[in-house]
Write a protein that binds this ligand. Sequence first.
Ligand SMILES: [Zn+2]
Length: 70
Amino acid sequence: MFGHSIYVRKGYHLSKPKLAHELVHVLQIERACLDKVVSLHFSDLAQYGYNDAPLEVEAFEANRNYSQSW
Ligand SMILES: [Zn+2]
């Protein structure tokens, strides 16, 4: 995901939960702006690690929500 584009490598199965996760990142960028989100995210990754970074925690919630609807 970068800005308003979600890139998927050939052969990768973009399931509904994974797409929901990436769309949350698009929403996060809409709420702030790309530059702020990127710098905040890198700072958070260094401080919390991937799984506990606040922007990822919010996006993982979308994974869970859409996993249950299938
Ligand atoms: Zn993510």
